[in-house]
Ligand binder design. Structure first.
Ligand SMILES: [Zn+2]
Length: 83
């Protein structure tokens, strides 16, 4: 068990952002919680189901995606040293 099997799309807070990374080509795309909730039955999906259904959108790739959960609240407090 982990957060992906514990959390449903409807449990996500507004300051949470999901990010999908392709396991094959490394392409990253963000997945707003609203995008999941907008689908029919999307609010009932556990995040591991969301991950299992996600496929890379890069042309010709269609690889499986790894799901990460980001808190935008934390990111806003981060002062980067990478200039
Ligand atoms: Zn890919």
């Amino acid at each position: 068990m982990n957060w992906k099997t514990d959390l449903r799309a409807s449990d996500l807070d507004a300051d949470m952002r999901l990010e999908l990374t392709c396991r094959l080509c490394g392409a990253v795309r963000s997945l707003p919680a609203e995008a999941i909730l907008a689908r029919r039955g999307g609010a009932m999906l556990y995040l591991d189901q969301v991950e299992a259904r996600a496929r890379c959108r890069q042309r010709g790739c269609n690889g499986p995606m790894r799901l990460a959960l980001l808190r935008t609240g934390d990111a806003s407090g981060f002062v980067g040293g990478i200039a």
